[in-house]
Design a protein around this ligand. Sequence first.
Ligand SMILES: [Zn+2]
Length: 81
Amino acid sequence: MTDGPFWSPEPGKWAAPRDASWYDRPNVWSPKKVHVWGEDMMSACGRSILTDTLLMRLEEVPEHRRCRASGCREKWPALVA
Ligand SMILES: [Zn+2]
């Protein structure tokens, strides 16, 4: 922990889905895409606001939920067989 107001996960080492509370009608039926954590609560692909309450290790994210946008795509580790 640091003295900052927010705990900030280390960029490139964590993954998280988007924060659905930002939407009026969150889609709770389909699995959300998971993004690689970047800087300032943003995804590595540079668009999404992420939630830090659902952090996952990169290798824990199943293939079909991984964000494939440029920025996130390059950071996923190989799946362990
Ligand atoms: Zn992404």
